[in-house]
Write a protein that binds this ligand. Sequence first.
Ligand code: TXA
Ligand code: MG
Length: 322
Amino acid sequence: MPAEVATRLLPANRDAIAAAARVLGDGGLVAFPTETVYGLGADATNGEAVARLYAAKGRPRFNPLIAHVADAKATLALARFTDDARLLAGVFWPGPLTLVLPKHDTCPVSELATAGLDSIAVRVPDHSIAHDLLKAFGKPIVAPSANQSGHVSPTLAEHVRSDLEGRIDLIIDGGPASVGVESTIVSCLGAPTLLRPGGLPRDAIERVLGHALVIAEAPADETPLAPGMLASHYAPKSSLRLNAIDVRAGEALLAFGPAAPAAAHALNLSASGDLVEAAANLFHHLRMLDAAATSIAVMPIPNEGLGEAINDRLARAAAPRP
Ligand code: TXA
Ligand code: MG
């Protein structure tokens, strides 16, 4: 357990960005907003800072991190763009898409952050505060979601505070994350492969590529391709019952759409059945219901568009705990 540090919470403005860049330069940890979820940032080139980050999150060591950069050009110092990667980055960056690329031998990102792999995951976030911080810092920032490893991802500064207060130096409060689920991860090491469904729907990517993505299957007992694919991840304390069409005694209800059954504790991801709104609400609603009940009934969510990422996160939240 790392020693307690005083965690500052600052509203998102220029002073906060300057303070955050200083903290990162000193090897400290800063939680900052992105359009997907809040990230916990460290200087990607500083192995000690990265080690501190793993410790603060309680994250398994084999889980490599995403390097965040301000723009596609900044990627060139880290990795090589394959033709597919160049195409996808041109259309979808900045935005909720992470590309796994062949790492340059001269890549300055710490080996600890890439878990010793010869590939690296890179993302250009579409958020003004994240962008300004990356510009001010001038180096790549590794940032997993700013929650304790295995918990529900944070979409508000308050979620970060409740998970990580006393373990990180600074939280920049930039309001709610607009997308609400993590980035979609596509490996471009060979045929483009979907490693994690996320905030960019698969069909949008496939339309640009002109063909289907390969879908990675999580090897059951080996190190997963993207360790976010660990079966029990994003886990609330409550048990989840998926595809529920009724509410049983003692259950809270995570509803979707206009035809929700009545329940003592109910939150609707989107009463109008809008999957974009549902993704943005997912992790906050899970946290709220987790605090209200020990079991949660979850209504069926259509598996199209952002529904694929939502159902992926719900399946992990419902999986048996290790
Ligand atoms: O939206 C997001 O992506 C957020 C925000 C903060 O940017 N970040 C995020 O990071 O979700 P994290 O650490 O929770 O998830 C990163 C995922 C992990 O599943 C990791 O295994 C995978 O990316 N990953 C990182 N490097 C990889 C690599 N070289 N090959 C395959 N997977 C990799
Ligand atoms: Mg995470």
